[in-house]
Design a protein around this ligand. Structure first.
Ligand SMILES: Nc1ncnc2c1ncn2[C@@H]1O[C@H](COP(=O)(O)OP(=O)(O)OP(=O)(O)O)[C@@H](O)[C@H]1O
Length: 370
């Protein structure tokens, strides 16, 4: 691995305080882009700062290309300026009195003039702003200024680039676009990078690997597909994508496990746990909006509580007569009114289950009235 982060802990208070980063481990191969995502205060920035050397890890080890940068056990702590790591922050602070080209060349004073100019030109071409070389930063848009900040960070050819919410001051449409553009620029320059965001679309657009953090812990590290379809924890399941949990029972059928849910049976599901994975097979099933199909021929009906137009589809929030809530992506030519009952059926590719959270209400046949 190019970057190795092994059981890294960062504490700001005393030994008793809850750590800002709690034993986080992950790795990045050379040229890979990693993204740390999670809600405010989960420890993303603290972990990034530890990699940069701006915070000292109180536990664990950080290494780049096999060389230890931090090791809490042996007391190694390399100063930030000795790590050859580039950084781009939200407030990218270009020098207002320098031209775009001079901003990019700022960290290259040690190079001979011709080499410096060639490097600046290469960076301008890389970020697509060669025509703006002589302009002042204030003559550029926010997105263009951010690209210059990126070019300035890449110019000294850092072996690792760290980016902390660099697009958060820009508007949403521009952000996703810039995330895709940034990915292309990093891939073209072969730069290994670690990016911090709380925005899923940005994370999906950028990351080869994404780490979801919650209360200082890195709950899962994987590609976007795995996080979405095989979330390791309830928190990851809730944080990534739309979905709900519904009580389910896994039972043994002739051909393998079957799953009973309030809105029908999942037959022959792939990657399904065996019934004895949970007490009496009772568990909570993750239902993504794309696991629920609108089908008026289905005997299971649900009432539309809310709907959100998303262009090619609606995101419907539905409630079954039994009280269960589910969500469904439905092609937008199926335009039903709020309050209407529609037919639904489950189509779950990946069965994702967790131990039952709260004891279920007694089933109808157990009640006296039943
Ligand atoms: N310099 C500091 N001194 C003390 N506590 C700090 C310091 N910096 C961060 N913290 C605390 O550490 C925890 C993690 O903060 P951190 O900034 O790493 O989270 P984050 O996920 O980057 O949040 P955000 O998305 O809001 O930037 C928080 O509880 C925060 O209050």
């Amino acid at each position: 691995m190019f970057l190795q982060v092994e059981s890294v802990t960062v504490r700001y208070g005393g030994a008793d305080a809850r750590p800002a980063v709690d034993s986080a481990s992950f790795g990045l191969a050379a040229g890979e882009i990693g993204v740390l995502i999670g809600p405010s205060g989960c420890g993303k920035t603290s972990l990034l700062r530890a990699v940069a050397g701006l915070e000292r890890a109180s536990g664990g080890r950080i290494a780049v290309e096999g060389r230890t940068l931090d090791d809490a056990t042996s007391g190694v702590h390399l100063a930030p300026e000795d790590r050859r790591i580039g950084m781009v922050f939200q407030d990218y602070a270009l020098f207002p009195h320098l031209s775009v080209a001079d901003n990019i060349g700022f960290g290259l004073a040690h190079l001979p003039r011709a080499e410096r100019q060639a490097r600046v030109q290469k960076m301008l071409d890389l970020v697509g702003l060669a025509h703006a070389a002589k302009r002042a930063p204030h003559q550029l848009s926010g997105g263009q200024q951010q690209r210059i900040a990126l070019a300035r960070a890449l110019a000294p050819e850092p072996r690792l680039l760290l980016l902390d919410e660099p697009f958060s001051s820009l508007d949403v449409d521009l952000r996703e676009h810039l995330a895709q553009e940034l990915r292309a620029i990093l891939k073209a320059s072969g730069t290994t990078a670690l990016f911090v965001t709380h925005d899923q679309l940005e994370a999906f657009a950028l990351g080869d690997a994404i780490g979801v953090m919650h209360q200082g812990r890195l709950e899962q590290w994987g590609d976007a597909y795995t996080l979405y379809h095989r979330p390791a924890t309830r928190f990851v399941a809730r944080f990534i994508g739309h979905g709900v949990f519904t009580p389910a029972e896994i039972v043994a059928c002739a051909h393998g496990p079957c799953v009973h849910t309030p809105f029908g049976e999942l037959d022959d599901p792939a990657e399904c746990p065996l019934p004895d994975a949970y007490p009496d097979g009772q568990c909570d099933l993750l239902l993504r909006a794309d696991d629920v199909i609108h089908d008026d021929a289905s005997p299971v009906k649900a009432q539309i509580e809310r709907k959100a137009f998303r262009g090619s589809e609606f995101l419907y929030t539905l409630r079954l007569a039994s009280g269960e809530q589910v969500m469904a992506h439905v092609p937008s030519h199926h335009d039903h009114a709020v309050g209407e009952w529609i037919g639904i059926r489950p189509a779950v590719d990946h069965v994702v289950t967790f131990p039952r959270d709260v004891p279920p209400a007694p089933a109808p046949h157990h009640t006296a009235a039943g």
